[in-house]
Write a new protein. Structure first.
Length: 202
């Protein structure tokens, strides 16, 4: 049997470990707990040997795990001629495992023409928690004011929806709204919006 040697540099092995080991959430969590336990055991050993003179205090390991499952739905996109960028919108739904509270919210992200994210995190649009559902956002841009009008559906029951609008600045800051488009129940859960540049109206 032939014997040989394998030479692996750290800059080559770490990306492999990151991709195939720590990308798995379960494995990552086990490694996190294992490393924390190893660290506390080492502290106790050093304290027993007299290396550490100070009080160790409480070495209990507390790990908080999110109990909310989120789903992102129905992305839409509009173009901002004034700033030469795109605005992508979508709605997020989820259920908190503690108490079963349903969550509904709308989010947006500014994107450059070459596909680069212009903000580190998406921003919320008319965020809502509780029985009201605010979903399916669509937007149109007004180049005269450099503002977006966002149309969406809101309702408390699956079969009861109403179209609403809200106005935000190009950076996502709220201007006014939300406002209902109809005083009567319409059961409209898909709302579209466009801007008429000739008449300067939505």
């Amino acid at each position: 049997m032939q014997k040989g040697a394998i030479s692996v540099e750290t800059q080559n092995i770490f990306p492999i470990i990151k991709k195939f080991l720590y990308s798995d959430h379960d494995i990552f969590l086990r490694e996190l707990i294992s490393n924390a336990i190893d660290a506390t055991q080492k502290l106790k050993t050093l304290a027993n040997k007299g290396v550490i003179k100070s009080e160790l205090g409480d070495l209990t390991i507390d790990i908080e795990i999110a109990t909310t499952t989120l789903h992102e739905w129905m992305p839409s996109i509009t173009y901002n001629h004034f700033d030469n960028e795109f605005l992508v919108l979508w709605h997020t739904t989820g259920v908190r495992e503690e108490g079963g509270e349903r969550m509904y919210s709308m989010h947006a992200q500014r994107i450059s023409p070459d596909g680069q994210l212009l903000t580190e995190e998406p921003f919320s649009i008319v965020e809502s928690f509780g029985p009201e559902r605010r979903i399916l956002p669509n937007a149109a841009h007004n180049p005269s004011t450099n503002e977006y009008m966002v149309a969406f559906a809101m309702g408390q029951e699956v079969t009861e929806w109403d179209p609403f609008i809200t106005v935000i600045e190009s950076d996502g800051s709220p201007v006014h709204g939300p406002l209902p488009l109809s005083e009567e129940l319409t059961k409209a859960n898909h709302v579209n919006i466009v801007f008429n540049a000739h008449k300067k109206q939505y």
